[in-house]
Design a protein. Structure first.
Ligand SMILES: Cc1ncc(C[n+]2csc(CCOP(=O)(O)OP(=O)(O)O)c2C)c(N)n1
Ligand SMILES: [Mg+2]
Length: 757
């Protein structure tokens, strides 16, 4: 692949003056504009440092030393057309794209009017929807996979423009808090697309930047691989200032050069450039963008920059960098050098420079004065935008009846379908209805080698549990495809796609292997709407095969752990126990406007328990609505998933033997959960047992038990009890597995004891 290397001896330097007459295509006005951006950026940093010392702002991250590469990127790319996943040193880029200094100071003071987050995020965590600057978080590197997904989303819409259409005009006014629809609105018409503005360009590029230290994160490599595989128009820009806090690049990157390490990736255009030189940097971006816009692959820009202001205000680099080294860097200061360059080239004289700097100073003074008067958001607003303000998946709009149960004309009863069957049927129905749905994950395609399918040489795989079987064949390889074996990439790419308006329904093959995606699932996907103050959202569905009782599944194919995810605000978590619920809840998950973790119990996929007839293409169940699996008056059992059939078995035995009538509540959705149904039942039975398959301590049932103890204390005639797995891993040998996981007999004994208390 093409590699362009600009020698760190600058085009800005005296020796390069002759060559630079062409300025890589930049006009004199653009060069002045670049300098204005760079100078403004540096002065904002200086002002913020002062404000921090005066305790008028609460944090500061500087972009000092990174101004030239940012200004160049901003000149080469287009705000509101291309897409941007910048990192915290990209102040100059954001200014070049159109963010105002006032907006930046609003971030610093944490104002309600801060357009990035309304005071929820630190300064330099950029988010400006109109400019296509996508909300940024603090973990180093978690933006990179999302940038890949963003580029994929753009390309998908460019190839399938009809997918961007919105099926119906919004069926109800702006807020649908209670989900009430105007009479006559077909319920099936309700979905996230009505609230998701989609825009795309055929030749758009996605910019993503990171520091040299961040290139050590695994997600960086997953992103590079995915972008190269898919030839995506992503510009990766590594802003190499030689340090990650105190760790120098040679202790961070094998061989000390990230350019050398990535040079083997195919389909890339590579640039290594002096990132303190705006002209050379602009040239690098121009060539990188050209490569990406042509649709032939991604680009990688390795920009050598400096970091004159320590890592942050909490860091003093003199503790690990000697003066001589710092002075060497100072000679490459991009602001000073660009100023010298403008003077030398006769683009601005002293007067012109002074004038420009005076203008910037007075603009900043006015912006600071205004920002210091800005008010914070009211404390009661903090829970706003954890979830979609537009679609409430707990509402009655998602409460539809199954369209079946009647005998067919020839008198036959409809066939009983497994949970696996109905999940596949729901995916198929929804894919037909909504062209924005894409499915990817490990092994989910029928066959990556399409020609085998075309020539009918193979039947196809469609997932290790076969739930996506036939979908690639039916809907095409751009809608159902295998991803590399990289869970963070699955969730991160899905997040980026969903940000653009696609509806990824991705699969994590086993819950036991969800952990590489944990950064995306904890710090990214569920936080996007809240942290951007509703500026961005990423509604998508993560399907995960979970659970044990497999006789031979052992530790790494049997885990539960749902409470780790119900603990995360912003993430809906559902866990059906039977076919009909799986179909209804999956449809709600797909059509709603929030990220959903959809947990599918492997043992229940093909059980005879809970089979049901196909409920039709519009059957939905609202989230947060439990089902009374068996009514009773003496004792309440609150459970879900594979414990439901076991609890029913135990309850029926107890009733047969002792006439105890147990009410079994199947929660079905875990976040939100149905407190009303629990409270009404416990008020009636005065006894509560919480049963779950996960390990006992700190598990999901602990929260339910605590709430019952807290809020229903007066109703209780007995302590709240729990039955769950022992606090160990699940063992392979079936006798051991039986001893570890809660069995019907454990449930029976606990029910019996509690009923007699
Ligand atoms: C995943 C993660 N680990 C650690 C940190 C703490 N941290 C913030 S910035 C940083 C160094 C980043 O260095 P580099 O990528 O070179 O960027 P630079 O700050 O030098 O521009 C670290 C360790 C973090 N934010 N996220
Ligand atoms: Mg660095």
């Amino acid at each position: 692949m093409a590699t362009t290397k600009t020698d760190p001896k600058l085009t800005l330097g005296a020796s390069g003056a002759k060559k630079s007459k062409f300025y890589e295509g930049l006009t004199r006005e653009q060069l002045i504009q670049a300098y204005r951006v760079m100078y403004t950026s540096r002065r904002i940093d200086d002002r913020e440092i002062l404000l921090k010392r005066q305790q008028k702002i609460f944090f500061q991250m500087s972009g000092a030393g990174h101004e030239a590469i940012g200004a160049a990127a901003g000149l080469a790319l287009r705000a509101g057309y291309d897409w941007f996943y910048p990192y915290y040193r990209d102040r100059a880029l954001c200014l070049a794209l159109g963010v105002t200094p006032y907006n930046m100071f609003l971030q610093g003071v944490g104002a309600a009017d801060d357009p990035s987050s309304g005071g929820r995020q630190m300064p330099s965590h950029w988010s400006y929807p109109a400019l296509h600057i996508v909300t940024q978080s603090s973990p180093t590197g978690s933006q990179i996979l999302q940038a890949v997904g963003c580029a994929e989303g753009g390309r998908y819409f460019a190839r399938r423009p009809k997918a961007a259409d919105v099926p119906n005009s919004p069926p109800f006014a702006k807020s649908a808090k209670d989900g009430a629809l105007p009479s006559g609105t077909p319920r099936a018409s309700l979905d996230y697309r009505q609230f998701k503005k989609v825009s795309f360009q055929n030749d758009e590029v996605t910019y993503v930047s990171l520091g040299d230290g961040t290139s050590s994160e695994g997600e960086f490599w997953e992103a590079m691989n995915a972008a190269a595989l898919e030839k995506l128009p992503v510009i990766f820009c590594v802003e190499d200032n030689g340090y990650a806090i105190s760790v120098p690049v040679e202790a961070q990157t094998a061989g000390g050069s990230i350019s050398r390490l990535v040079s083997g990736f195919p389909n890339f255009h590579f640039e290594e450039v002096d990132g303190t030189d705006p002209v050379a940097s602009y040239g690098a971006f121009q060539r990188a963008a050209k490569h990406c816009r042509a649709g032939v692959g991604p680009a990688f820009i390795h920009a050598h920059v400096i970091r004159p202001y320590s890592h942050s205000l909490s860091d003093d680099e003199r503790l690990y960098r000697p003066d001589a080294e710092r002075q060497r860097d100072a000679q490459r200061d991009p602001v000073t050098r660009t100023q010298m360059f403008l003077l030398r080239e006769g683009i601005l004289d002293d007067k012109g420079i002074n004038q420009l700097e005076k203008e910037v100073e007075s603009e900043l003074q006015a912006a600071v004065d205004r920002a210091l008067e800005a008010l914070p958001a009211p404390p009661e607003s903090v829970t706003k935008f954890i979830y979609s303000p537009n679609i409430d998946p707990t509402s009655s709009a998602f409460d539809t009846q199954p369209a079946n149960g009647e005998a067919t004309p020839d008198g036959k009863k409809p066939a009983s379908k497994t949970m696996a069957d109905l999940i596949t049927a729901t995916l198929r129905d929804e894919m037909k209805r909504d062209e924005r749905i894409v499915i990817f994950g490990e092994d989910v395609a029928d066959a990556s080698r399409e020609e085998y399918l075309k020539r009918k040489l193979v039947k196809g795989k469609g997932g290790v549990f076969k739930l996506t079987f036939g979908l690639q064949n039916e809907f095409g390889s751009d809608r159902v495809f295998n991803s590399p074996l990289a869970e963070a990439a699955i969730v991160g790419r899905a997040t980026g796609m969903a940000t653009r308006g696609l509806k990824p329904v991705v699969e994590i093959q086993f819950f036991d292997y969800i952990w590489p995606a944990m950064m995306q699932l904890r710090d990214e996907l569920p936080t996007i709407r809240w942290r951007s103050n509703n500026g961005f959202s990423a509604p998508c569905v993560i399907r995960v095969a979970i659970g044990g009782y497999l006789t031979g599944g052992a530790i790494y194919h049997s885990q539960c752990g749902e409470s780790i995810f119900t603990h995360i605000p912003g993430l809906r978590v559902v866990f059906p126990s039977n076919s009909l619920d799986a179909a209804g809840l999956l449809r709600t998950a797909i059509r709603c406007d929030d990220p959903v973790l959809f947990l599918e119990h492997k043992r229940l996929y093909r059980e005879s328990f809970g089979r049901a007839a196909y409920p039709g293409p519009d059957y939905m169940i609202p989230f947060g609505k439990a089902k009374i699996a068996q009514p009773g008056s003496d004792l309440t059992v609150i459970t879900y998933g594979a414990v439901v059939p076991r609890a029913l078995q135990a309850a029926q035995k107890l009733e047969r033997e002792q006439g105890v009538k147990v009410e079994v509540i199947d929660l079905r959705s875990l976040n939100p959960f149905d407190w009303e149904t629990i409270a009404a039942s416990v008020a009636k039975t005065n006894r509560a047992l919480v049963a779950y398959e996960d390990t006992l301590s700190w598990g999901y049932g602990a929260e339910i038990a605590a709430r019952i103890a807290d809020q229903l204390f007066d109703q209780l005639d007995a302590p709240v009890r729990r039955v769950a797995a022992k606090d160990v891993f699940v063992a392979y040998q079936p006798i051991l597995e039986d001893a570890i996981l809660p069995q019907p007999n454990d449930l029976y004994l606990a029910m019996k004891e509690l009923a007699a208390y």
